[in-house]
Design a protein around this ligand. Structure first.
Ligand SMILES: [Zn+2]
Ligand SMILES: [Zn+2]
Length: 224
């Protein structure tokens, strides 16, 4: 009974999305409403009609990641869950979302030495008390029994990517990240919440590759 009482304190008793009674952060009815991509480009994760190795979006681009993948579109329940992850309910939602996403990820992307996350800005970290990408990456790390490395940091202040046009996002994060520990010859899985233009994860992978990282794969929850 004591254990049950403790679990009740930790686990939610209502769904964060619809408020109905639920022991899970997102109830089964809401979870069923989350869409995922059936077919994506295996290089950049962009949804496609059939599975393919590259697409018109990624072919002309200089990409520093080897493969990127996103679970589903940034809309509806998945979008609400990611916002909730960012602004209220970090750890509980992160664990459930990673449990949901893992069975769908192409196993090739997970065949890495270590897992890391996109660093957040200092002000956001202080405001939230955590970095949502780090929570997701640590949930992957626990599930896959692979080490989590805190290896990237921001070398300068950048504007919030969400506040910019797609065309300005690449420039905004150009050379904005650096690596703070030895990563040479490792293969790395970089985790983030949302893949929009891919500019942020691409710059993170650029920093990692410049320090001798062999493989950088990217997994995100949603593609905007
Ligand atoms: Zn619900
Ligand atoms: Zn592509």
């Amino acid at each position: 009974m004591i254990i049950k009482g403790l679990l009740d304190l930790i686990l939610p008793s209502s769904c964060f999305i619809c408020n109905s009674s639920s022991k899970k952060p997102i109830c089964d009815i809401c979870t069923e409403k989350i869409n995922y991509f059936d077919a994506v480009c295996s290089r950049c994760g962009k949804p496609t009609v059939v599975l393919r190795d590259s697409c018109s979006f990624c072919r002309p681009k200089k990409l520093y990641f080897d493969k990127a993948w996103a679970y589903g579109p940034y809309e509806g329940v998945l979008k609400e869950a990611i916002l909730s992850l960012k602004y209220d309910n970090g750890i509980k939602i992160a664990l459930q979302l990673v449990d949901m996403v893992l069975p769908k990820v192409n196993k090739e992307l997970l065949d890495v030495d270590i897992i890391t996350s996109v660093p957040t800005s200092f002000t956001k970290y202080v405001k939230r008390g955590y970095n949502q990408s780090e929570l997701l990456a640590k949930a992957f790390s626990a599930n896959l029994a692979k080490p989590y490395y805190d290896c990237l940091y921001r070398v300068r202040i950048v504007k919030d990517q969400m506040s910019l046009d797609k065309k300005d996002r690449g420039l905004n994060v150009k050379s904005a990240f650096d690596v703070k520990r030895e990563v040479k010859d490792l293969s790395i899985l970089l985790v983030d919440d949302v893949f929009t233009t891919g500019a942020t994860v691409n710059e993170c992978c650029n920093a990692l590759k410049s320090k001798g990282v062999k493989i950088t794969n990217v997994v995100t929850l949603a593609k905007a």
